[in-house]
Design a protein around this ligand. Structure first.
Ligand SMILES: *Cc1c(COP(=O)(O)O)cnc(C)c1O
Length: 373
């Protein structure tokens, strides 16, 4: 097969559409080269790096609408580590987990720990979702605000008539920074910086309610063995001093701080929300109008505005499209590997310009026409 060259008029300025790591804005990198570089190689126990952590914490509190009494806690290991942090330090008794894809399933698996009662798992089909349900005896509810493997989103909402004191844990890894929500509707809103926050991986961050902090304290006082690295109490104590238990990646923190400040300056979370709504709408509208593409998520209420999954007709090979795009500098639109569909998956995170998404759909149309020749 001869190589397909996509004309420059169809090429986005930035060809990165992956779901994490995701595009980093050039302005963040430029700021890193000057201001960020001064912090590299200096101690995370001294004021300059602690001030950077504080800048991230304060910026995120503003961005998340400053809910009364909530705090920003952080630690190393990314969202994957936070699942184990939660099962060791927050879960107690029985949990209920909503699952309709890989990420929800991973948290549900972490809640199968031997010191907990087996959780209720509400399992829906990938590409759609079910709802959490009030269940007597459940003290923790878990769900992903955006299931990144399928492009399905779930509203951030407590379950009416859940037991009093039940905590709500929102895996917001790919939603945070791109979808607006009411923080009072959840207790732990956790995420990592390599998605809408346009930074690098390796950290977890959590917006925690007073009830979640109180639960952490209560669990820490039981006889349960909690490894130090998975102790949320240790993370809270350190975060209150704008530190982490062990050495964080300073570059990750710096790029994150730049993105949070930028988003706040643009109009905050409401602004980010309207931006991702617009970029994702372009893709959904394009797919619905297309002869060969269709949104994988059929129910518009379930469709994510930050991760768009598009199925292709059998005669069009999505993997071949992704290969051509990649050789032309448009990368990471391959579907989630385990989903196994004839699909492309596109992140429309907050750093992504509408004009770039418009170029992407014309590049796909051009490629499909060339492949059919
Ligand atoms: C990316 C992602 C994760 C994993 O994040 P890591 O920081 O790589 O551990 C977890 N949950 C969701 C919903 C994600 O999108």
């Amino acid at each position: 097969m001869p190589e397909i060259i996509i004309p420059t008029e169809f090429l986005p300025v930035d060809g990165r559409f992956g779901c994490g790591p995701s595009r980093v804005r050039p302005e963040q990198i430029a700021a890193f080269a000057t201001e960020g570089a001064k912090l590299m190689g200096t101690s995370h126990r001294q004021a300059p790096v602690k001030n950077l952590v504080k800048r991230v914490q304060d910026g995120l509190m503003d961005f998340f609408h400053n809910p009364d009494g909530y705090e920003i806690v952080l630690g190393n290991g990314g969202s994957t580590a936070f699942w184990d942090v939660a099962s060791h330090s927050l879960a107690d008794g029985k949990a209920q987990a909503l699952v309709h894809g890989e990420f929800g399933a991973k948290f549900a698996a972490a809640l199968q720990a031997p010191w907990l009662t087996a959780p209720t798992v509400i399992k829906g089909e990938p590409g759609s979702r079910l709802e959490l349900e009030a269940e007597a005896g459940v003290s923790l509810y878990a769900y992903a605000q955006n299931e990144t493997s399928t492009g399905v989103s779930t509203p951030v909402k407590r379950v009416a008539s859940a037991d009093s004191g039940a905590l709500f844990l929102t895996d917001a890894t790919s939603a945070a920074g791109g979808i607006d929500f009411d923080p009072l509707e959840t207790d732990v809103y956790y995420f990592a910086p390599q998605k809408n926050f346009a930074s690098d991986g390796g950290l977890w961050l959590a917006l925690m309610s007073p009830a979640a902090v109180a639960r952490t304290e209560a669990v820490a006082q039981t006889s349960r063995y909690i490894p130090e690295f998975l102790s949320l109490k240790t993370a809270i104590d350190n975060s209150r001093l704008s530190q982490t238990l062990n050495t964080p990646a300073i570059a990750t923190l710096f790029l994150l701080a730049e993105q949070v400040d930028w988003m706040n300056a643009q109009g905050g979370l409401a602004w980010a929300h309207s931006r991702t709504a617009q970029t994702s709408k372009h893709l959904y509208d394009w797919a619905e109008a297309s002869q060969y593409a269709t949104p994988f998520v059929t129910n518009p209420d379930h469709r994510s505005q930050v991760v768009v999954t598009i199925d292709f007709a059998a005669e069009v090979d999505a993997a071949a499209i992704a290969k051509v795009l990649r050789s032309n500098g448009i990368v990471d639109v391959e579907p989630y590997r385990k989903l196994g569909r004839n699909q492309l998956r596109v992140a429309t995170f907050t750093a992504t310009e509408l004009s770039d998404v418009e170029k992407l759909t014309s590049a796909i149309d051009f490629t499909v026409a060339q492949l059919a020749k």
